[in-house]
Design a protein around this ligand. Structure first.
Ligand code: PLP
Length: 394
């Protein structure tokens, strides 16, 4: 046998300013390297308990059934949908971006009869639009995306939750991108099932999906006539491992749970309100800078996400060349457009650890260089100056 050497793993240093993953704190990376223990080790059970307590704080909920699903944000989506839907159940899903579209696919695979309501990419739903859809379809479940990472649009949920409940339905909310980066209130807004991911504003590597189920959702799960379509994501079993019984279901990804625990400690040390304010402050500075470089936001004022800044690519500018230059010369990753926005927008993330003035100013300086290379006329240092003015005024 020939000897083959693959060398030592040595990933490049990046500034992750795309739609996720975001930069991770060294304490989170150290947690990943801590000794692995068994999934029933008393130490790990304590880690699980602490993680649940902290997840409740971050989700702003008293919900008992709050835990980290093994899998990325999409596993959180699938967990909420498959546990609440039985074949033939009606569900209304709002599609104004890629992730609403994904929820439709997940729900149909679970056997739901899905009514799709649509808005163009970048727009959001009004309370009245959802109320009308719910009146017509009489669904068991309504699914909406709180922060559409594919478009940069923020969907308010509080009033919508009320009309959904008035119609006797449940509301499931995708908070993969919003959680930890902007106000999100599971109990305050009366949301029934909420899922998220670790690698956006919680700044942990991808691999777990925090979820929480409220009393109405648990009643719906307990009233099921059929088994949950997914064995792996079946909350009626997974809850016995996270609850008092500690019944083995699947081996928890031990070190990923360490990392999430550390990321949650960091978030709570900072304080959620402070963290939201930090995202807003850096977003406003980035926005001032991008606009000074001549870049326009793809989402209307008032619905722009602080942690995901989608801007229109100017006519004549090569999308792939700019993103390549940012990565190769500056080590900065930004995102391209998804779905119908492909080639039309850049998605600039300011999530969790990434959301810092040093990254805002570096990106603006680098972007000036890239736009100039594309033949765009930019006043020297216009972006950086506008961002600094925004910081100075804050
Ligand atoms: C990233 C994301 C997802 C999917 O999460 P994965 O970790 O990629 O599986 C779902 N919804 C939204 C809004 C997201 O931003």
């Amino acid at each position: 046998m020939a000897q083959v050497s693959f060398g030592v793993l040595n990933p490049p240093r990046r500034i992750l300013m795309g739609p996720g993953p975001s930069d991770t704190h060294p304490r989170v990376l150290s947690a990943l390297a801590a000794p692995t223990v068994g999934h029933l080790d008393p130490y790990f059970l304590q880690v699980m308990n602490e993680t649940q307590q902290m997840l409740r704080q971050v989700f702003r909920t008293q919900n008992e059934l709050t835990l980290a699903v093994s899998g990325t944000g999409s596993a959180g989506m699938e967990t909420c949908v498959v546990n609440l839907v039985e074949p033939g159940d009606r569900m209304v899903v709002g599609v104004n971006g890629v992730f609403g579209g994904r929820m439709v696919d997940v729900a149909r695979r679970a056997g739901a009869e899905v009514t799709v309501i649509e808005r163009p990419f970048g727009e959001v739903f009004t309370v009245e639009e959802v109320a009308e859809a719910v009146r017509k379809a009489r669904p068991k479940l309504v699914g909406l995306v709180n922060a559409e990472t594919s478009t940069g649009a923020w969907q308010p949920l509080q009033e919508i939750a009320r009309v959904v409940h008035d119609a006797g339905a449940l509301l499931v909310a995708d908070t993969v991108t919003s959680l930890g980066g902007m106000p999100m209130e599971t109990d305050g807004w009366d949301l029934d099932a909420v899922y998220s991911g670790t690698q956006k504003c919680l700044s942990c590597p991808p691999g777990l999906a925090p979820v929480t189920f409220g009393p109405r959702a648990i009643a719906a799960i307990e009233a099921r006539k059929t088994k949950v379509a997914s064995w792996y994501l079946d909350m009626t079993m997974v809850r016995n491992y996270w609850g008092q019984d500690r019944a083995y279901h699947h081996t928890a990804p031990i070190n990923m749970n360490y990392a999430l625990r550390e990321a949650l400690v960091l978030a709570l040390e900072e304080g959620l309100e402070n963290r939201w304010a930090r995202h807003k402050r850096n977003h406003l500075a980035l926005k001032a800078g991008l606009q000074a470089l001549g870049l326009q936001y793809a989402v209307a004022e008032g619905n722009q996400l602080p942690m995901l800044n989608a801007v229109l690519i100017p006519a004549g500018v090569n999308d792939v060349a700019v993103r390549g230059q940012l990565l190769n010369e500056y080590g900065i990753e930004i995102g391209g457009g998804l779905g119908p926005m492909k080639g039309k927008t850049w998605r600039i993330g300011l999530m969790g650890e990434t959301c810092h003035p040093r990254n805002v100013l570096t990106l603006l300086a680098a972007m000036e260089r890239c736009l100039t290379a594309q033949g765009v006329k930019v006043a020297p240092c216009a972006g950086v100056a506008a961002a600094n003015a925004s910081y100075a005024a804050a």
